[in-house]
Design a protein around this ligand. Structure first.
Ligand code: NAD
Length: 500
């Protein structure tokens, strides 16, 4: 028997989906569409309008018009907060449908979509609903020449029209990480979801309208990165771009943004070291390390993809880890028993299996997975990959240095803590790291030495709307969430008043 959320998803994918511009649902001006695929079966879910530069133009114009509307600019802080709470309410009321839609479009287990993509988005809007009434400036004790009496104060104002370009790994929550602070600070938005996973964002746009968001405040242009994404990044009418995705695309966005010197914030790739000290519990660490890499099929920028285990417990941890990896239930995301779903696309599957082949060629030892699981039936064409563990890897190997963005773990033994820290830091990335030990003082010392925007001690992948998130080095620019993100979406104005 169909449940109501399932029926709603079937209805949603039963017809082609237009884009959302200026409060209206529109086709692309060129009349083009593209297909979005169910990664569990490899079959087409539905077609979506393929926006191009001309569609970006009209979305930016709609966002500019909405930004200049008095009712949006001058909305009282408490009313803006109430609007963000209403958005959280409508997401919550439609949570099961959104989670199922996300699972179908991305492939992830519906439990992950429920908790992270949808549940975390609700929390985000609730957290940022509190901020509009707390965006305080300061009065500054200045010392002007000649003893002139002046008042100098600062205010925080929205940047203007912001372009949000988001990836496919957590489609809805990555959109909400940016939308909630952008709206809380009074900006208007053009949002481009990834071409692999546009559906939850389109459904979210319907819900934003239902929550009472004025027309044009959020516009969604669906389309490809090289066309719609590039047009948005280069657009002279856009004041800021917030991007999450690969480091390569981040570089392209920085170049495109140079034309009008728009502000840019970036959340990019990672190759996070997960460090195990000799006093850690080997069985517990094996379970935690499996979670850190295989969660969301390893398609997580913070995935604990480099596991450094002290030689004293290396073999015990690795044996338990390989056993755990072999037992992970791989299947379609919509099956409640599934622990790991398919990768997002055929292209990503090919990319990740290329790294597995490369690891073998370069001489690493495969202790679990590496192949395509036999699921059969309608899932025979799905983009599944077994949870994969490599050991005996050298520091210079590509599987140690490059972001794979799939369920592939590379483990290495270590002896000397200084050498360990040097290796942990020796990649272009600096997004996150994990440390497992019962010696908490030692953990703090290592945490202090690591070049990473987030360090988790005896836990992994925890995030919270109140805690800043972002990367050192080539993992990005700026910090999302918490009070830090408000700087990314506001300009500070310093006002001087002659009191004499
Ligand atoms: P990507 O960076 O190319 O895509 C992310 C977003 O950027 C998408 O919305 C895409 O349409 C858009 N985009 C692509 N090219 C653009 C351009 N020139 N200008 C503006 N926007 C553009 O990521 P991908 O191609 O889907 O995946 C490739 C690799 O990127 C993955 O294997 C993984 O290593 C990495 N990745 C990282 C993250 C992360 O959160 N760190 C997320 C997704 C992908």
């Amino acid at each position: 028997m169909q449940n109501p959320a399932n029926e709603a998803v079937e209805r949603f994918v039963s017809r082609p989906r237009p884009m959302f511009i200026g409060g209206a649902w529109v086709e692309s001006l060129a009349g083009r569409t593209f297909e979005t695929v169910d990664p569990a079966t490899g079959t087409v879910l539905t077609t979506v309008a393929e926006g191009g530069a001309a569609d970006v133009d009209r979305a930016v114009a709609a966002a500019r018009k909405a930004f200049e509307t008095r009712s949006w600019r001058r909305m009282s802080p408490l009313d803006r907060g109430a609007l963000l709470h209403r958005i959280a309410d409508v997401i919550e009321a439609n949570a099961e449908e959104l989670a199922l839609l996300e699972s179908r479009d991305n492939g992830k287990p519906v439990s992950v979509a429920r908790a992270v993509d949808v549940g975390a988005s609700v929390k985000l809007f609730r957290y940022f609903a509190g901020w509009p009434s707390k965006l305080e400036g300061s009065t500054i004790p200045v010392s002007p020449r000649g003893g002139m009496r002046v008042l100098n104060y600062t205010t925080h104002q929205p940047v203007g029209v912001v372009g949000l370009i988001v990836p496919w790994n957590f489609p809805m929550s990555m959109a909400c990480w940016k939308l909630a602070p952008a709206l809380a600070t009074g900006n208007t938005v053009v949002l481009k979801p990834a071409e692999e996973t546009p559906l939850s964002t389109l459904r979210l746009a319907e819900l934003l309208a239902e929550a009472g968001l004025p027309d044009g405040v959020v516009n969604v242009v669906t389309g490809r990165g090289a066309t719609a994404g590039a047009a948005l990044a280069a657009h002279d009418g856009v004041d800021k771009i917030a991007f999450t995705g690969s480091t390569e695309t981040g570089r392209a966005i920085v170049r495109a943004a140079a034309g009008n010197l728009k502000k840019v914030s970036l959340e990019l790739g990672g190759k996070s070291p997960n460090i195990v000290l000799p006093d850690a519990d080997p069985q517990a660490v094996a379970e935690a390390a499996a979670q850190a890499i295989f969660f969301n099929q390893g398609q997580v920028c913070t995935a604990g993809s480099r596991l450094y285990v002290h030689r004293a417990i290396h073999d015990e941890v690795l044996d338990a880890l390989a056993e755990r990896a072999r037992k992970i239930v791989v299947g379609p995301g919509t099956d409640p028993a599934t622990e790991m779903g398919p990768l997002v696309s055929a292209r990503q599957h090919e990319r990740v299996t290329g790294y597995v082949a490369g690891g073998l060629e370069q001489g690493a030892r495969l202790t679990a997975g590496g192949g395509r699981p036999e699921l059969g039936g309608q899932y025979a064409g799905g983009y599944f990959l077994e949870p994969t563990v490599f050991t005996e890897a050298d520091h210079g190997m590509r599987i140690v240095q490059e972001e794979i963005f799939g369920p592939v773990l590379t483990a290495m033994a270590w002896d000397d803590v200084n050498d360990l820290v040097a290796k942990a830091n020796d990649t272009p990335f600096g997004l996150s790291a994990g440390i497992w030990t019962s010696d908490i003082r030692h953990a703090h010392r290592i945490a202090d030495d690591l070049q990473a925007g987030t360090v988790w001690i005896n836990c992994y992948n925890l995030t919270d709307p109140a805690s800043p998130f972002g990367g050192f080095k080539q993992s990005g620019w700026g910090r999302e969430m918490g009070r830090k993100v408000l700087d990314l979406y506001t300009e500070v104005k310093s006002v001087w008043v002659n009191l004499d």
